[in-house]
Design a protein around this ligand. Structure first.
Ligand SMILES: Cc1cc2nc3c(=O)[nH]c(=O)nc-3n(C[C@H](O)[C@H](O)[C@H](O)COP(=O)(O)OP(=O)(O)OC[C@H]3O[C@@H](n4cnc5c(N)ncnc54)[C@H](O)[C@@H]3O)c2cc1C
Ligand code: FES
Length: 255
């Protein structure tokens, strides 16, 4: 995987929920390189934040990509200060994303800042689709998922909006069924969903948003264990290159 970094022009930048920003970046080459479930590396300008910050692609336009990110530390705080018209250093799209399967009914399950990549996935799936999205308190991207044709169910920990509880509880409560699941969110949620899907014998693709180093395959800062028919029964895979999307049934979760 080559490391290709370019300047992108910020053409829209708005706060869509508390400390959650939607940034639209114009760069034809980056947009052309992108597919759903991949991510880009954003490079902060500050010298002390050396490593790039991986952010999933939320929507792909002809000459733009849309990102939705939460402010959690130095890098994302710096990005939040950027104004429309400024430029940002951005890589071309990285990783192995979702493989959309047009089955009978797809269920897209997202948690917090893991919801963004489900929007482009929903746009690309032409089958019936349901999105089940969970947040601590304040939902976002509901309208975008509806616009992409998904019936949306919301869960919040606080009960401020939608169902009070988590996405798995909501799926059970509403009796939501599908023949293919896709998910992105905290690891604990992904593991619970993978267990649920395996028990139901339904496939699930999960996007692992592990902490990363270089962000393009050159270090081993992001490995996870996946089942393989080797002597040890597993192989180490790079989340930034072989993933971030894997089959839920192939990930070894308890490591
Ligand atoms: C493939 C991939 C896709 C991602 N997509 C998105 C996205 O679409 N939107 C979004 O808001 N974030 C996304 N993230 C997470 C995002 O990369 C981190 O939040 C960001 O790098 C934090 O940078 P920072 O400098 O602000 O915080 P730092 O100062 O580096 O860290 C601040 C805090 O955040 C925690 N943190 C940092 N990275 C992660 C991570 N990957 N998972 C959990 N906790 C982390 C740190 O442990 C620390 O507590 C993604 C991560 C990966 C690997
Ligand atoms: S982050 Fe360096 S190899 Fe994945």
């Amino acid at each position: 995987m080559s490391k290709k970094v370019a300047e992108g022009k910020i053409v829209q930048h708005t706060e869509i929920a508390a400390d959650v920003y939607r940034m639209v970046i114009e760069n034809k080459e980056v947009a052309a390189s992108a597919s759903c479930g991949q991510f880009v590396n954003l490079y902060p300008r500050a010298k002390h934040t050396l490593l790039p910050r991986p952010i999933s692609i939320c929507e792909i336009g002809e000459e733009t990509i849309t990102l939705v990110y939460g402010v959690v530390g130095e890098g994302t705080k710096e990005f939040a200060s950027y104004k429309v018209g400024e430029t940002i250093r951005i890589s071309t799209a990285v990783g192995t994303g979702f493989k959309p399967q047009n089955t009978k009914c797809a269920v897209l399950v997202g948690g917090g800042i893991g919801v963004p990549p489900l929007v482009e996935l929903a746009k690309q799936l032409t089958c019936e689709k349901v999105a089940v999205i969970g947040f601590r308190d304040e939902p976002f991207l509901k309208e975008e998922l509806e616009k992409a044709g998904a019936k949306v169910y919301i869960a919040t920990d606080s009960g401020k909006a939608g169902f009070k509880g988590n996405v798995i509880e909501l799926i059970k409560e509403e009796g939501i069924e599908g023949d293919y699941f896709y998910s992105c969110g905290p690891k604990v949620m992904l593991k619970a969903l993978a267990d649920y899907c395996m028990a139901k014998n339904v496939p699930v693709q999960v996007s692992l948003e592990e902490r990363m180093g270089c962000g393009y395959g050159a270090c081993v800062g992001c490995v996870c264990k996946v089942k393989e028919s080797t002597e040890s029964g597993y192989e180490h895979k790079k989340v930034c290159k072989d993933g971030p999307v894997f089959l839920g049934s192939e990930v070894i979760w308890n490591d």
